[in-house]
Write a protein that binds this ligand. Structure first.
Ligand SMILES: NC(=O)C1=CN([C@@H]2O[C@H](COP(=O)(O)OP(=O)(O)OC[C@H]3O[C@@H](n4cnc5c(N)ncnc54)[C@H](OP(=O)(O)O)[C@@H]3O)[C@@H](O)[C@H]2O)C=CC1
Ligand SMILES: CCCCCC(=O)/C=C/[C@H]1[C@H](O)CC(=O)[C@@H]1CCCCCCC(=O)O
Length: 329
């Protein structure tokens, strides 16, 4: 008999998630029926969307939503043999039973030497977000100036590197000097610490006096207010996230953006990466190739132990991670 552990959300988060909002629960799993398989999570992902998603889609007591790389430990389904690794959306659980629906194999050609956790990061959902959100919405051209915030994170770091592959000048912002150093290391042309600059306007102007053609938006709030003013005419803005506002019950009042959009003739479009789910194979293949060629470098911030998963999640929301925040069971 397998005892599965899971993390539930005891009550809806009020502001930043706190340790007491989570509860560790244990359940005995039943014996497998024909067609079923038992999986154990090896790596789990903690992502910003879990914070706003919990309010919109979850009720108190539910297991936290989330994805993992999991290994088949027992199988009554010939399509999923014991020892296989899959990406699943089973929530914050150590073990779970599946009928195989929704399990995704790692992209073909995945070498044994490459960490499987990358299927949750640069070669997984965040990498695909960067790939489609940048290429399909910003359509960056050679010599365009591309701005990305949350730049040292899972999505932002890949956005910047893809923009470099496409021949752009890339400017990134992040919340610590170590992160700024990391951005320079992976090829960003300009990077600044948005927490310590005396003025966002000046930092943005200094990094690119001529303005920005493309803006990959992960943060929202005051940063977006400053960045919008520095777009070039006909600039393109890909609205991927708004993490500075995820803990707010009521969005803070902001400047009204219509005049900038109008006079600069900007195009601004939000997206959820699942829009391109029928092209994930293409995106995954390309990202894997770039990673193997060293054109997309990756970094992971690993929290050890399933029992520390809430801490890993809260830490990521506070900016403790460089690259993808991962939980290793
Ligand atoms: N549209 C879509 O389909 C998807 C959207 N996203 C979005 O992409 C963005 C980045 O996600 P992801 O790469 O996974 O996460 P990251 O790896 O970038 O981790 C989150 C980072 O957010 C930054 N952050 C936290 N609070 C603030 C704040 N108040 N102001 C500015 N930055 C803050 C921190 O970095 P720092 O130290 O720099 O502050 C932290 O490290 C999020 O907005 C997320 O919602 C992600 C996946 C899919
Ligand atoms: C819920 C706010 C989403 C903020 C942007 C973001 O981080 C999106 C992440 C997606 C990721 O690909 C995996 C997901 O499931 C996330 C999307 C969740 C969308 C929920 C929409 C709920 C609604 O329609 O109200």
């Amino acid at each position: 008999m397998v005892v599965a552990k899971s993390w539930t959300m005891v009550k809806h988060f009020d502001g930043a998630p706190k340790p007491e909002d989570f509860k560790l629960v244990e359940n005995e799993l039943p014996a497998l029926k024909d067609g079923e398989l038992l999986l154990e999570s090896v790596f789990l992902s903690v992502d910003p969307y879990m914070r706003p998603y919990s309010r919109r889609m979850m009720k108190e007591g539910d297991v936290m939503i989330g994805s993992q790389v999991a290994r088949v430990t027992e199988s009554k389904n010939r399509e999923f043999p014991v020892g296989g690794y899959y990406v699943a959306q089973a929530g914050w659980r150590t073990h779970f039973i599946s009928d195989g629906k929704g399990l995704q194999a790692l992209p073909s050609g995945w070498p044994e030497s490459l960490p499987k956790s990358l299927a949750l990061g640069a070669v997984g959902m965040p990498g695909l977000t960067a790939y489609f959100g940048l290429l399909e919405i910003c359509s960056p051209k050679e010599r365009d100036v591309v701005l990305v915030n949350c730049a040292a994170g899972a999505v932002g770091s890949v956005v910047g590197q893809i923009a470099k592959i496409k021949g752009c000048k890339v400017v990134g912002s992040a919340g610590s000097d170590d992160k700024v150093a990391y951005l320079k290391e992976i090829g960003f042309d300009e990077a600044f610490n948005y927490k310590t600059v005396s003025s966002l306007d000046e930092a943005l102007k200094k990094a690119s006096p001529e303005g920005y053609d493309c803006y990959f938006e992960n943060v929202g709030g005051k940063f977006a207010d400053a960045a919008l003013q520095q777009m070039k005419d006909f600039g393109r803005i890909s609205v991927c996230g708004a993490i500075s506002m995820y803990n707010d019950a009521v969005p803070p009042p902001g400047p009204y953006i219509q005049p900038y959009i109008l006079f600069k003739q900007l195009r601004m479009e939000g997206f959820i990466v699942s829009r391109w789910k029928n092209r994930f194979e293409e995106g995954g293949k390309q990202l894997l190739q770039w990673v193997l060629e060293g054109k997309v470098k990756y970094h992971e911030h690993v929290t050890n132990g399933f029992e520390n998963m809430p801490a890993g999640f809260m830490g990521m929301l506070k900016g403790e991670n460089i690259g993808k925040a991962i939980i290793k069971v």
